[in-house]
Design a protein around this ligand. Structure first.
Ligand SMILES: [Zn+2]
Length: 63
């Protein structure tokens, strides 16, 4: 991480972690990150619901 962030409400849906944090401009960001090795899925969303839906519907290309 280039700078410290303060993730909160971190949950896990399958292999995907969803976290809410504030970016450098004090705005809420919602990110979904797959923790599976070599998957590399990671995306930011404007809303928590969108991030959680993305986590639920994510399908790893790696088995
Ligand atoms: Zn994945």
């Amino acid at each position: 991480m280039p700078r410290p962030i303060r993730p909160r409400n971190t949950i896990r849906i399958g292999p995907v972690q969803v976290a809410t944090y504030y970016d450098g401009h004090g705005r809420e960001k919602h990110t979904a990150v797959c923790t599976a090795p070599r998957c590399g899925f990671s995306a930011d969303y404007d809303s928590r619901a969108a991030a959680e839906i993305a986590a639920r519907t994510h399908r790893c290309t790696v088995r």
